[in-house]
Design a protein around this ligand. Structure first.
Ligand code: GDP
Length: 527
């Protein structure tokens, strides 16, 4: 394998959390350790600066939420780390779900006060579909949070995830003393605003050591002794293979804002997180270390400035080496394309690069050649599988407000759905265009973009559906009859696949029961 050394030093992951649990803060601390930024606060102030100086993402500025997924690359202890950022706002959850198809592992941040929240549940469902290895960081230990054992139980139960604590907290809130590292048996004492790289740890091999009482007080020392005995009895030693298989998630406690417990998390991540993993395709398993390049597009980021209607397609390199100006095969279009300005991402700035290896994410300047899920290879015909579309949750009819601009509207909606901003369904019989989204905000984004980028005015009319199910059957006739009979609930997706639009859980269950020969799927492969 030609590129083994480069590929095996790469780790590509995402930090996921319910909004406000501390994802941005943790990201910033990681970047500080990686030397990608120099001062705390840079991640946030960068955002503001960008908003003030650029028209890019006008909507983002208006609403103060991050619509875009970006990539931050940094080095840490000879590892090259690609951290894929995900939008926290739930209305853009699909974007996050798709980004999760491009990573090899995730760090899940849980707020110790709020425990498992809505978004956490949904994100973990996506991780489970792919058996993505997860490390849990229980954040905000400096606040009066839930009981540590209750938290573990809640996470295990709610997220159906087996946990394995690697550090253990000593008290919490204003009495938070620090964490005990169960793995290397050291005590890490908490002081607010610990500086990055500061070593504040004391080796305590034997918990009976009186230094423990001196450091954290007798009462907390005794509780720690009991806790550790209990935990070691229950969990034993972590088997990295279980983590890599997505079966067991190591847990760290800390406080991101105080940069406490973060280094332990990062060091363990470097130690155990997977290097670029093999990937399934339509024809065979592709190994990351193969000499030949392959990759897929998981995200398309449009420039919202109508004067510069360029887009950036985010390519996850899955095997081999990507090279600038070399021709690669676009499988869906059956065309060879080359890229003269591929970008890599260092913190939030972009740099043109000459090559990239499996695990990396490259930004390709796109003039409309790409759709989400597209595969590039060195000639071989296959496409990467396991890039799902999820059922939208809100459905609205797209109503054209300006018949003179029909063409622009159609083009706009086609391009926006290629980008994955929304899903488009066309009702059978009529020609009604139905837009499906995860959140209300997406409809506003679409309306805004159609008007500003395509000069097409539209309106949305709410439809009474709550879920789209993709239908398959071995009996074509039965499927055909069903679609005809349920005409007002039937549609086809952009690729012509039949879809049933259900009004309610009750209707859906009834149809599932009444039609045993038809399979109802809640996700669809993009291909
Ligand atoms: P995100 O929405 O998940 O990216 O969350 P942020 O990183 O923006 O954090 C949300 C809020 O929690 C901010 O006000 C942070 O300052 C705060 N925060 C983050 N980490 C901690 C922590 O360890 N302790 C406390 N008390 N607050 C924190």
């Amino acid at each position: 394998m030609k590129y083994e050394k480069e590929i095996n030093r790469r780790k590509t992951f995402a930090i996921i959390s319910h909004p406000d649990a501390g994802k941005t803060t943790l990201t910033e601390k990681f970047l500080l350790f990686g030397g990608a930024i120099q001062t705390a606060g840079a991640v946030k102030s960068n955002k503001i600066k960008k908003h003030a100086t650029s028209d890019f993402m006008e909507i983002e500025r208006q609403r103060g939420i991050s619509v875009a997924t970006s990539v931050m690359t940094f080095e840490y202890q000879d590892n090259l780390i690609n951290l894929l950022d995900t939008p926290g706002h739930k209305d853009f959850a699909e974007d996050t779900y798709r980004t999760l198809t491009a990573v090899d592992s995730v760090v899940l941040v849980i707020d110790s006060v709020n425990g498992v929240e809505d978004q956490t549940r949904r994100l973990m469902e996506v991780c489970r579909m792919r058996d993505t290895p997860v490390i849990v960081f229980i954040n905000k230990m400096d606040r009066d949070g839930k009981n540590r054992f209750d938290l573990l139980e809640e996470i295990e139960k709610e997220l159906k995830l087996s946990l394995h604590p690697l550090t253990w907290p000593i008290n919490s809130g204003k009495d938070f003393k620090g964490v005990y590292n169960l793995h290397d048996k050291s005590l890490l004492l908490f002081t607010a605003n610990t500086k990055a790289n500061e070593e504040g740890s004391v080796a305590i091999e034997d918990l009976a050591d009186a230094r423990l009482d001196a450091k954290v007080g007798e009462s907390d020392a005794n509780i720690l002794r009991e806790d550790v005995e209990l935990i070691e009895g229950v969990y034993g030693k972590l088997n990295p293979a279980d983590y890599l298989a997505g079966k067991v998630a190591p847990v760290f406690f800390g406080s991101a804002i105080n940069n406490f417990g973060v280094k332990e998390l990062l060091d363990t991540f470097i130690d155990i997180a997977p290097v670029p993993r093999d990937r399934e395709t339509s024809s065979r398993n592709v190994e990351a270390g193969e000499d030949k390049f392959s990759g897929f597009i998981f995200k398309i980021h449009a420039n919202l400035d109508p004067k510069h209607r360029d887009r950036i397609a985010f390519l996850r390199v899955c095997s081999g080496r990507f090279e600038r100006n070399k021709y690669f095969h676009h499988v869906r279009l059956d065309r060879d394309l080359r890229f003269s300005n591929p970008y890599s991402f260092l913190a939030r700035s972009k740099d043109v690069i000459d090559d990239a290896y499996a695990g990396d994410v490259v930004g390709l300047f796109d003039t409309g050649n790409f759709k989400i899920g597209d595969t590039l290879t060195e000639g071989e015909d296959f496409y990467f599988t396991g890039i799902p579309s999820f059922s939208p949750e809100i459905f609205k009819e797209l109503v054209n407000k300006d018949p003179m601009k029909t063409k622009q509207l159609e083009k706009g909606i086609r391009q926006l759905t290629d980008e994955g901003v929304a899903q488009l369904f066309t009702q059978f019989g009529g020609n009604k265009k139905i837009i499906g989204c995860v959140g209300e905000l997406q409809f506003e984004v679409i309306q805004y973009r159609l008007l500003h980028e395509y000069s097409a005015a539209c309106e949305f009319r709410t439809l009474p559906f709550f879920k789209a199910c993709w239908l398959t059957s071995t009996d074509d006739k039965k499927l055909e009859d069903f679609l005809r009979f349920k005409q007002s609930n039937s549609a086809e997706d952009k690729d012509g696949n039949p879809v049933y639009l259900a009004q309610s859980e009750w209707f859906l269950n009834t149809e599932i029961q009444n039609n045993p020969d038809i399979q109802f799927h809640f996700t669809s492969e993009i291909h």
